[in-house]
Design a binder for this molecule. Structure first.
Ligand code: MN
Length: 232
């Protein structure tokens, strides 16, 4: 292809135990999907339809499961928060997907961090503006190696936690999700045509908080794996 500038390279994530990689097309995120986190953000947990926002594909940042991967503290913020989340990776696209069929569209899972410039997000909320600068910055989505559902199934219960410098900061259970992965995928597909390569960050349990340079963040989801980053 004769491109007028250098074509951008696709962002890819490693697949655990494989030389193959998962190419990222879009990153969707669901907001307030654990009741305790909805409360800590000043909202009411309920079954109103879930809401979604996006990060750019190249915000995906491959994070090791063992030796922490250096992660650069982003500019223009003094209040960058961690949000540990299970990530669902779409392998088959579609629109208006039924809840009963939705898991057939999920290729696999990973452990991710929805890193958030909370100060900028709060400023934008107060002004009624888009959250973009709070959520969609460079490296805003550290994600572990993915594991195929063919190996691990579709996790619906099990611990999800985050430690900062060895201290437990966030803890929950996948079964605490207000909207299950299947329900969230189905609802998302009513607004966007899903395609292979899409990721869905499925929301964070309570305990979000600020990170500082030098912190080591270690996250885990039972049956899925873990990730570790060092903030630099
Ligand atoms: Mn989040």
């Amino acid at each position: 292809m004769n491109t007028v500038i250098d074509a951008p390279q696709p962002t890819v994530l490693p697949v655990a135990g494989s030389d193959a990689v998962f190419p990222v097309r879009r990153i969707y995120c669901i907001g307030r999907n654990y009741a305790a986190h909805a409360r800590e953000m000043g909202g009411q947990p309920d079954r109103d339809p879930p809401f979604f926002f996006c990060k750019p594909a190249d915000a995906a940042f491959a994070a090791s499961g063992e030796t922490p991967t250096d992660w650069p503290y982003p500019p223009r913020s003094t209040d960058v928060h961690h949000e540990i989340e299970m990530v669902a990776a779409i392998g088959r696209g579609g629109q208006d997907i039924a809840v009963a069929d939705a898991l057939d569209h999920v290729w696999g899972y990973g452990v991710g961090l929805d890193m958030t410039r909370r100060d900028l997000q709060a400023q934008m909320k107060a002004l009624g503006r888009s959250w973009e600068i709070g959520k969609a910055f460079d490296h805003a989505a550290p994600i572990s190696a993915l594991r195929p559902a063919g190996e691990i199934g579709h996790p619906a219960r099990g611990a999800i936690w985050l430690e900062v410098n060895g201290a437990r900061r966030q803890a929950g259970d996948l079964s605490d999700m207000i909207w299950s992965v299947a329900e969230a995928v189905a609802e998302l597909s009513r607004y966007f045509t899903l395609a292979p390569g899409d990721l869905l960050m499925t929301g964070t349990p309570a305990g979000v908080g600020a990170v500082a340079r030098g912190d080591v963040l270690t996250g885990h989801v039972d049956g899925v794996g873990g990730l570790s980053i060092r903030v630099i």
